[in-house]
Design a protein around this ligand. Structure first.
Ligand code: C2E
Ligand code: MG
Ligand code: MG
Length: 764
């Protein structure tokens, strides 16, 4: 029973007592009056008696009256308190309503729960979860449940007076809601201390939690940003720095946080600058610009700084937020880009763009002052082969060393440039004679050994020269002419210097015409194929042939493959030419086969054909089309073809070989192939280049090289074919050396298929 009810009951009792006392007094007075009327005599004694009896009654009545008055006052007061209480209650419940704060009261003895706002919080009606505490567990997030349980136990056991926990529950809608509970045990068993009743509040804090999460995210973003950030309070204290700030400046957080901004060395050193920033901040609220700042170690660095003033909700004075990035790296990249716009990264020589600019200026000057200029363009012969056999790293080293040597020899040059992979261009003052002298000197110096990865390499160049004003006046024409001269050196095997002249002009014009003619011939499928026999040196029989392309030009007669094959390679026509030769060869081999003559036909394959990725499919189609057994087809690949992209070549060769096609390495000994690679290529036949037979013949140690190559081929499990056998002595020697096959004019020149058939018929 509460205090208020007690007071009420006590007042009621007092009221009844007073009521009886007043009634008794009135009864006495009435008795006296009756007595007075009946006796009609008033004596002193009577007055005294009346006074004796009535005075206490009057006094008692007065006391009663005043007590009653107080009582009324008390009741009135109580009524005011009660209405105030009701008023407060209403206010509290309105406040609770507004705050969405739920109240719960948990009677642990009966396990009953009173819970306000139940539906708002859980989305369930109370009767949907009758045994609330038992049903709560499945609703609580499994990650939070152990924490909630522990907090409750701690509170119930009295370990923690206050129960507090944040946890997630699954709302009926299926979404997770964050709740915050506060509570206390309010009643315990006086003997055992067991908790009997617990009171608490519960609040849905999902939105706050989300805001907290966002805040946390924003904080993390700030903290992990690559841009340095610091915040200065209105009283000039550094109140925040992020990790990027620490990384860039080298200051630790302890050295900065809560320190006066001007006491930090780097800011103090640029005080004047910051003061001017501060002035613009006052005017415009923000500032952005570049400044040179110092790190903790005193090193200077450029930074791009953005500063804003921010007023927070309670402060009248502004906070300053500053964000900056270190420009050191971007400056370096900029410098690098500027460098690369003009220079070649590998060699440090001028690049093509700078060369053209300089040449343009120098030509304009030369026109004005009637001076002579010469353009020298050159490439390193067989550079691709070096690159492929030594590896690209060594190739780069070689280029660097070559560029150094070129710069050391051509000190008088106007400009030296690396214009392409292994191509260089040099502009010199003077005419073609001076250019020739310098080129010879250069060629000589390049013959001296270069040491790359413990290998000694000697280089040769193909050099083309063109002069102003003797050969041309325009930059582009001069460049073309020098390049044609260079190409003519290349087509003659390199290691040459060629000044542009009329013959070159003529031959480049001719080449252009020839290219047009070749296109036409290929369109009409008019390339012929001749067959050159290969003699089996053990049986003395012709068992194989090499297919060689022949072009009969209507005006120029037979054109050598040494002319049209490189032309086809340069102009991209080689793939068409290659497939036409391959088809005619397969057709002929099949024809012989079905006539009962087994001749293995070898077809030359160019690098581009191997690169194209369609060679295997083309071969398959032709073998199918002509029903030719794969063993009757051989493909010849030169060393340089294989070395262009050795790894890719190995894969393609393997799949050709899996079909039963024989593979040969052609012109062996001319292509600088790496012996380690030779071992990895799936090869069946090694063809010794004609040049070996010739050098061997004239030399003191006759036959040594050929013998070594034959041994090498056999050692690697290959059959060996000697090419270009022209006399019977060579043939005899090759037999002695154990060579397997011979091919050459001594046996027969390449001939049309009909003539080849006759050759075969003769031998039986
Ligand atoms: P190769 O594949 O090494 O062919 C052998 C070359 O040596 C042929 O020259 C052949 O006529 C020549 N030869 C053979 N025996 C002798 C001899 O005893 N003495 C001399 N001096 N030469 C001999 P050809 O037909 O002029 O071909 C030259 C090169 O052109 C071939 O060298 C080959 O690399 C290329 N070639 C020819 N036809 C084709 C083709 O269809 N496709 C491709 N990619 N290249 C081809
Ligand atoms: Mg060949
Ligand atoms: Mg050959």
């Amino acid at each position: 029973m509460d205090k208020h009810n007690l007071t009420k009951q006590r007042a009621k009792k007092r009221l009844i007592l007073h009521y009886y006392s007043a009634t008794a007094f009135l009864a006495l007075v009435a008795l006296w009056f009756i007595f007075f009327y009946t006796t009609n005599a008033i004596s002193l004694l009577q007055v005294a008696l009346i006074a004796f009896f009535s005075l206490p009654l009057i006094a008692g009545s007065y006391v009663l009256y005043s007590q009653q008055k107080n009582l009324h006052q008390e009741i009135a007061n109580h009524q005011t308190t009660l209405s105030e209480l009701a008023d407060q209650r209403q206010k509290i419940s309105q406040a609770m309503e507004a705050s969405k704060l739920a109240l719960w009261e948990w009677d642990l003895e009966t396990d009953s729960i009173y819970h306000s706002h139940f539906f708002d919080i859980f989305g369930y009606k109370e009767d949907e979860i009758p045994h609330f505490m038992g049903h709560l567990q499945p609703l609580v997030h499994p990650d939070d449940y152990p924490r909630l349980r522990q907090a409750l136990i701690d509170s119930l056991k009295g370990r923690n007076a206050h129960f507090q926990c944040r946890f997630r529950v699954k709302h009926k809608s299926g979404e997770w809601r964050w709740l915050e509970d506060h509570g206390e045990v309010v009643e315990r068993n006086s003997v055992t201390g067991t908790a009997k009743k617990m009171l608490g509040t519960r609040r849905d804090i999902t939105e706050e939690q989300e805001k907290d999460d966002y805040l946390q995210l924003a904080w993390k973003a700030f903290e992990s940003s690559g841009e340095a950030t610091y915040i200065i309070s209105p009283d000039s204290k550094i109140i925040f720095v992020n990790q990027a700030f620490v990384d860039i400046t080298g200051y630790s957080r302890q050295e900065l946080l809560d320190k006066d901004f001007w006491s930090v060395d780097c800011f103090a050193a640029t005080r004047d600058f910051y003061k001017s920033i501060s002035r613009s901040l006052k005017m415009e609220g923000r500032w952005e610009g570049e400044l040179v700042q110092q790190r903790a170690n005193g090193e200077s660095y450029p930074q791009w700084l953005r500063v804003v003033r921010v007023l927070n909700s309670s402060q009248q004075k502004p906070f300053t937020i500053a964000i900056f990035s270190d420009l050191t790296q971007s400056r370096e990249v900029e410098a690098r880009l500027n460098y690369l716009a003009e220079y070649d990264e590998l060699t440090g020589l001028a690049n093509r763009g700078q060369f053209y600019d300089r040449m343009h200026q120098r030509l304009a000057q030369a026109r004005l002052y009637k001076e002579k200029l010469s353009l020298i363009v050159f490439n390193i012969d067989r550079f691709k082969a070096y690159n492929n056999s030594l590896g690209h790293h060594a190739g780069d080293k070689l280029l660097k060393l070559a560029a150094e040597r070129i710069s050391n020899v051509l000190t008088s040059a106007v400009i030296i440039s690396r214009t392409g992979g292994n191509e260089f261009a040099v502009l010199i003052n003077g005419d073609e004679d001076q250019a020739l002298l310098l080129s010879e000197e250069l060629q000589e110096q390049m013959h001296l050994p270069f040491n790359v990865d413990r290998q000694e390499l000697r280089l040769t160049l193909s050099v083309g020269i063109s002069s102003y004003p003797d050969h041309a006046h325009e930059l582009q024409v001069l460049l073309n002419q020098a390049d044609q001269a260079r190409l003519s050196c290349k087509s003659l095997g390199g290691n040459r210097i060629q000044v542009y002249n009329d013959t070159i002009r003529q031959s480049s014009l001719e080449l252009l015409r020839l290219e047009q003619d070749l296109r036409k011939v290929l369109e009409t499928n008019e390339i012929e194929v001749h067959f050159q026999p290969k003699l089996d040196l053990k049986t003395g029989k012709i068992t194989a042939a090499e297919a060689l392309a022949r072009w009969h030009h209507p005006e120029q007669g037979y054109i050598s493959p040494a002319v049209f094959i490189p032309l086809a390679e340069r102009t991209g026509l080689i793939e068409t030419l290659g497939i036409q030769v391959l088809e005619q060869s397969c057709q002929q081999a099949a024809q012989w086969y079905y006539q009962g003559i087994e001749i293995q036909v070898a077809v030359n394959i160019a690098a581009q054909q191997l690169d194209s990725g369609s060679l295997v499919q083309q071969v398959d189609e032709l073998l199918n089309k002509y029903e030719l057994p794969a063993s009757l087809l051989e493909l010849e690949l030169t060393e340089s073809t294989l070395m262009e992209d050795a790894e890719a070549a190995i894969v393609e060769m393997q799949s050709l070989r899996n079909r039963g096609i024989s593979l040969a390495i052609d012109d062996f000994g001319t292509g600088y192939s790496s012996l380690s690679y030779l071992q990895r290529f799936p090869l069946d036949v090694l063809k010794i280049d004609r040049s070996f037979l010739m050098t061997d013949q004239g030399s003191k140690n006759q036959g040594t090289l050929t013998r070594a190559i034959i041994a090498l081929g056999h050692g690697l499990g290959m059959r060996v074919v000697a090419e270009g056998v022209e006399d019977s002595q060579q043939l005899e020697e090759l037999k002695q050396l154990g060579c397997d096959f011979a091919q050459g004019f001594i046996i027969s020149k390449p001939v049309p298929a009909e003539s080849f058939t006759q050759l075969l018929e003769q031998q039986y």
